[in-house]
Every structure is written in structure tokens, then in C-alpha cells.
Design a protein around this ligand. Structure first.
Ligand code: ATP
Ligand code: MG
Length: 327
């Protein structure tokens, strides 16, 4: 086994570089600022943190708990239940109640913290069972829910909580973090490689870091070609080429576009991969006016819909690119 391989089998980098303090969390400055104020003040409200995957919700709750309770009490006075734990009505009735009832000596003004991660996967029944519990024990215990969709948390719980929203991270924020990690891990990379990681992660920091580590483990060098192999997506440069053939007026456009499509299809990319990539590239394709971009995106949207409905054939994609040539 090559040494670089075993060397990269250690802790996943997403864990190794999980921020320990609120200060280390990248992005969502306003929300994190609110959490810092709560940490200073000490009086944590019940709260819901909602937003897309991989942008720091779970991390934020743990950092907050750590800052509120300190290194020793943090382990004793927090309880985390996530989607991999059984969180049916019985657990809410027994485990959560039991924890809420245990007496732990805390500094004045501090509370025990129950973290319900991925709370949108809790059944409405279990959520209902929490309503009264939250109120009864609110003088000693505070709840923090993390979820992707706050609409999946029942209204009565929402009304008991402060709701903090997390937005997607910007490309610059992801890049900055990737640069820090590449430096610490001594990763060999070029800038196209990092751009590819950012393009495929779409603001999801966890995915960007995971793909970085996989690319290093698989190839030892982070360039665009390796990254797109790891994430198993068609290279956007090829898609961009197809789209520019579709926009060319030399009469050869459709043939050239379909020839490139063939090469992607032969490599085994699925229709959904190709159409999703086409959308992402069309959003930022240079050299076309606004109207043209809107028309393209509309057609891509229709093709996407048909593919999701099950018609994910080669013909579907040929149809899409022919349509784009006609625009
Ligand atoms: N804002 C951030 N700053 C720094 N690192 C981050 C940030 N967001 C995510 N990460 C990295 O991604 C990993 C996962 O983050 P986290 O568990 O907080 O995601 P999440 O928002 O809870 O996602 P999910 O909705 O999937 O549970 C962290 O361990 C960390 O390495
Ligand atoms: Mg989480």
C-alpha cells in the first residue's frame, strides 16, 4: 500500500477541521454574531437552526454549548440525539424527560442543553410529545433543534423557539477554508482544482472538504480533471463547449454538440448528471444576453422535469441540445 494512501486514511478532514469555537465558523456572520451574544449573556433560548446541508448548523450548536458550559460541563450537561438514534414518542417521554430531570450543578444562569439534530426527521407525534416537556423543564433545560427545512418542525415547536437561518456559503468562503486545509495538510493542487471543488460543492462546505480529501487520497494531486472524476460529474468545460456549439451560427453547431454529448454518454454519465451540469453551466455562460439565457434555462428546466419523470434517455438529451440550437 503506498504510504500516501495510508497517511490519508486517518480522521476524515471534515471532523479534523470541524470548528471548535464560534469564532472559527466561516460565513453566516449575522447568525454567528447572535450566537456569540447568547454565549456572552449566558441565557440561551430554545432555538431552531435551519438551512442547507454542510454549512455549519450542528457545528454551531456544539460550539455554543461548549462556550456556555465550558470543557468539563459540556459533556455532562448536553445530550445529543440525532437521526441515527431512536427518537420516537417513547424516547421523548423517557430519555429526554430523564435527562431534563437530572440535577447537575451549573453556574448561575446556565442551562442543560438538549440537542436534537436533524430534527426534521422526527415524526410529528414525537414532536408533539415535546411540547409540554419543553415548557415544564424550561427553567433548567434548553432545546436546540437543527434541521434542513424548518417547515418540517411543527408550528407549536417553532413558536417556542428562536429561529436562526443559515445561508449557503459563498464561493470565497469555501475557497478560504479549502486554502487553509490544503496548507495544513500540505496538499498539492492547482487553482483549477480548487475551482472545481467549489463548483461541485455549491456552497456545501462538508462536500467541498470531503471531495478535497477523496481527490488527494485517490490521485495525490488536486486538479479539475481529478476532482470531476472523484465527484463523477461531467467536466463543465465539455458542457460549456456543447452550449457554445449550440449558440454558434455556422450550421455545424448541432452536429458538434451531439458529438460531444456522445462522448459523455459513452463514458457512462447519466441523463440527470448531464442535464444538471448543463443548468449549472448555462447559469454563468459568458457571451449571451439575458433573454437568451432565460430561454436556455427554460428549455433545460423542461428537460430536467421530463428526466425526473423517468424519461432519461439519450434521445431526451439530443432533443434538449437540438432545441437549444434552435433558440
Ligand atoms: N461554516 C463552516 N465553517 C467551517 N467549517 C464548516 C462550516 N460548515 C461546515 N463545515 C465543515 O463541514 C462539516 C459539517 O458541518 P455541520 O455538521 O455543521 O453541517 P450541518 O449544517 O449540520 O449539515 P447537515 O444539515 O447535513 O447536518 C464540519 O465538520 C466542518 O468541517
Ligand atoms: Mg448537522
Amino acid at each position: 500500500m503506498p504510504s500516501s494512501y495510508s497517511q490519508h486514511l486517518e480522521l476524515p478532514w471534515v471532523e479534523k477541521y470541524r470548528p471548535k469555537k464560534l469564532d472559527d465558523i466561516v460565513g453566516n456572520e449575522e447568525t454567528v454574531e447572535r450566537l456569540k451574544l447568547i454565549a456572552l449573556d449566558g441565557n440561551m433560548p430554545h432555538m431552531i437552526l435551519s438551512g442547507l446541508p454542510g454549512i455549519g448548523k450542528t457545528t454551531s450548536i456544539h460550539c455554543l454549548a461548549y462556550e456556555l458550559l465550558g470543557p468539563e460541563l459540556y459533556h455532562q450537561a448536553t445530550m445529543e440525539l440525532n437521526a441515527s438514534d431512536d427518537r420516537g414518542i417513547d424516547v421523548v417521554r423517557n430519555k429526554i424527560k430523564q435527562f431534563a430531570q437530572t440535577k447537575i450543578q451549573l453556574p448561575a444562569g446556565r442551562h442543560k442543553i438538549i440537542i436534537l439534530d436533524e430534527a426534521d426527521s422526527m415524526t410529528p407525534g414525537a414532536q408533539q410529545a415535546l411540547r409540554r416537556t419543553m415548557e415544564i423543564y424550561s427553567n433548567t433545560t434548553r432545546f436546540a433543534f437543527a434541521c434542513n427545512q424548518s417547515s418540517k418542525i411543527i408550528e407549536p415547536l417553532q413558536s417556542r423557539c428562536a429561529i436562526l437561518r443559515y445561508n449557503k456559503l459563498s464561493d470565497e468562503q469555501v475557497l478560504q477554508r479549502l486554502l487553509e486545509i490544503t496548507k495544513l495538510e500540505d496538499v498539492k493542487y492547482n487553482s483549477e482544482g480548487l475551482q472545481a471543488l467549489i463548483f461541485t460543492a455549491e456552497g456545501d462546505m462538508r462536500q467541498a472538504i470531503n471531495n478535497l480529501q477523496s481527490t488527494v487520497a485517490g490521485f495525490g494531486f488536486v486538479n479539475d480533471v481529478n476532482v470531476f472524476k472523484i465527484v463523477d460529474q461531467p467536466h463543465p468545460l465539455i458542457i460549456r463547449k456543447i452550449l457554445s456549439y449550440c449558440c454558434s451560427k455556422d450550421g455545424q453547431g448541432v452536429d458538434n454538440a451531439l458529438q460531444l454529448l456522445d462522448s459523455l454518454w459513452d463514458k457512462g454519465y447519466s441523463a440527470i448528471d448531464i442535464v444538471t451540469s448543463t443548468f449549472k453551466v448555462a447559469k454563468t455562460l459568458p457571451g449571451i444576453n439575458e433573454q437568451k439565457r432565460l430561454d436556455m434555462i427554460k428549455e433545460i428546466g423542461f428537460a430536467h422535469m421530463r428526466i425526473l419523470e423517468g424519461v432519461s434517455t439519450y434521445l431526451q438529451l439530443c432533443g434538449l441540445y437540438s432545441k437549444l440550437c434552435e433558440l
